[in-house]
Design a protein around this ligand. Structure first.
Ligand code: NAD
Ligand code: UGA
Length: 464
């Protein structure tokens, strides 16, 4: 079966980059990315390709090449569904904020709306691909809706979770460690659908790296991968606290254990805590699923990863207060970085939000610089917490586009995102403009201690 038209519902951090790469690599396939968010689609269609809504190194070049050739962005969801042979669902699956499973379970309302829309519109057979991260067995619910509310056409459901990380999305998509495709491996129709998707990826990914499994393994592998990755960060962060008490250095510990080939060196970088839209939500979802099967020990085991991460963010903020003679009231604290990691403008669940909130509760004056995050986004993140009024957030938090101005007359600086440019700052100049003693807190182990102490900073870094 040859796929000629693809529709992707959801033009976000996953849908946009993933489809741009498929369109670039498969010029014979028309790819239409649709979204109900008009502004987002307008931004994807912006004449100036630098204005696309998602910042990822290398992405704008790919969009420039494929857009209006075989890559289209549209708000006409019905039309794109109607035309497509294969429909990717790449909508958001946030943690539920209401009702049963509040604060834990994944909210699947957006997924269900997509299924109902596909069922209403489709007049010929479709392959529906789960690209969003979903609880294991969601495919069954999708099939149920499609088969029972549809127009009598046949659906094959595939699970094709996405493993890209933000900031390196293009590289991850171009050179994936593996592509995972789950489908109905027991029927000829299921095998045919799996093969159709394999053929798309085979345009640029070697056959050995394309894994095919049953649907449930595929769905659960995605949650498992994120849980394992986040667990490594929480494990090294747990050690960072012990390092601070004992004179060990977490970078040295991380290097020493990471050279054991059974452990491996990646994802062992201690930090102010992991952020991002997925680690926390996916682990909470895993905990919820385990609990719903009565697997309390399994649930508690994974929940500890989140508990440790919350502790790390709080501990870092508390360290600032404690070091500044137990009060930051009325003191100016400069935050360098707001994004949850470098090379992205995404701030979802960023540790910076929680550190800022903690310091604001201690009556600090916060000034923020991030090279890619907008002022509106920073206020929106703080407003969303609901800790204080929107007015107060705007009075007590200032966002500037110049890192030197942010640090001017500050009592302390906290590095919260590992942007490369922070290493290149003229730290002598920064020091001069600060109040003394000039405190520098490195939440990312980005800066060299020796040179900063030589300048005169009172330097604190996570895990040493
Ligand atoms: P996102 O919020 O950036 O994008 C989702 C988009 O879907 C939004 O623009 C929203 O308007 C749109 N949408 C929602 N309901 C819709 C509907 N009914 N019709 C049309 N459009 C609709 O989310 P994201 O970061 O791209 O994540 C999407 C999924 O991929 C999630 O399940 C997430 O867990 C998973 N994932 C994300 C990443 C990542 O790095 N962000 C990586 C791997 C997997
Ligand atoms: C993560 C996974 O790496 C992707 O494989 C997955 O597809 C994605 O989640 C998802 O499902 O959404 P992402 O959140 O974009 O990707 O970024 P990561 O590089 O994993 O970083 C997550 C957080 O952990 C960041 O705040 C980062 O700073 C932190 N981190 C990462 C550390 O503190 N230490 C490390 O060693 C690695």
């Amino acid at each position: 079966m040859k796929i000629r038209n693809i529709c992707c519902i959801g033009a976000g951090y996953v849908g946009g980059p993933t489809m741009a790469v498929i369109a670039q690599k498969c010029p014979e396939i028309n790819v239409t990315v649709v979204d109900i968010n008009k502004e987002r689609i307008a931004a994807w269609n912006d004449k100036n390709v630098e204005n696309i809504p998602i910042y990822e190194p290398g992405l704008s070049d790919i969009v420039a090449e494929a857009r209006d050739r075989n890559l289209f962005f549209s708000t006409d969801v019905d039309q794109a569904i109607d035309k497509a042979d294969m429909i990717f669902i790449s909508v958001n699956t946030p943690t539920k904020t209401y009702g049963i499973g509040k604060g834990m379970a994944a909210d699947l309302k957006f997924i269900e709306l997509c299924a109902r829309q596909i069922a209403r519109v489709a007049k010929d057979d479709k392959i529906v691909v789960e690209k969003s991260t979903l609880p294991v067995r969601t495919a069954q619910a999708l099939k149920n809706i499609l088969d029972n509310t549809g127009n009598g056409v046949n659906y094959q459901i595939l699970s094709n979770p996405e493993f890209l990380a933000e900031g390196t999305a293009v590289d991850d998509l171009m050179n994936p460690d593996r592509v995972l495709i789950g489908g109905d491996i027991d029927t000829a129709e299921g095998e045919e659908a799996i093969q159709a998707l394999v053929d798309i990826y085979a345009h640029w990914v070697s056959k050995e790296q394309i894994l095919t499994t049953n649907v449930w393994s595929s769905e659960l592998s995605k949650l498992t991968a994120n849980a394992f990755l986040a667990q490594r960060v929480s494990s090294i962060n747990a050690m960072s606290e012990l390092c601070e008490k004992t004179g060990a250095d977490v970078n040295e510990v991380s290097r020493a254990v990471g050279m054991d080939s059974r452990i491996g060196s990646k994802f062992l970088k201690s930090s102010v805590g992991f952020g991002g839209s997925c680690f926390q939500k996916d682990i909470l979802n895993l905990v919820y699923i385990a609990k719903s099967f009565g697997l309390d020990e399994v649930a508690d085991y994974w929940h500890q990863v989140i508990i440790m991460n919350d502790h790390q963010k709080k501990r870092f903020a508390a360290k600032i207060v404690q070091t500044l003679f137990n009060t930051v009231s009325g003191k100016k604290i400069a935050l360098l970085g707001w994004a949850f990691k470098k090379d992205t403008n995404d701030t979802r669940e960023s540790a910076a939000i929680y550190v800022a909130d903690y310091l604001l509760n201690e009556q600090a004056e916060i000034v923020v610089y991030d090279p890619k995050v907008t002022e509106e986004q920073i206020y929106a993140d703080l407003d969303y917490l609901g800790t204080r009024s929107e007015k107060e957030n705007r009075e007590r938090v200032t966002v500037l586009k110049d890192p030197y101005k942010v640090c001017d007359k500050a009592h302390a600086i906290a590095v919260l995102t590992e942007w490369d440019e922070f290493m290149e700052l003229d730290w002598q100049k920064v020091y001069k403009a600060m109040l003394k003693p000039a405190f520098l807190f490195d939440g990312r182990r980005l800066l060299d201690r020796k040179t900063k102490e030589e300048i005169g900073f009172e330097f604190y870094a996570i895990g040493s």
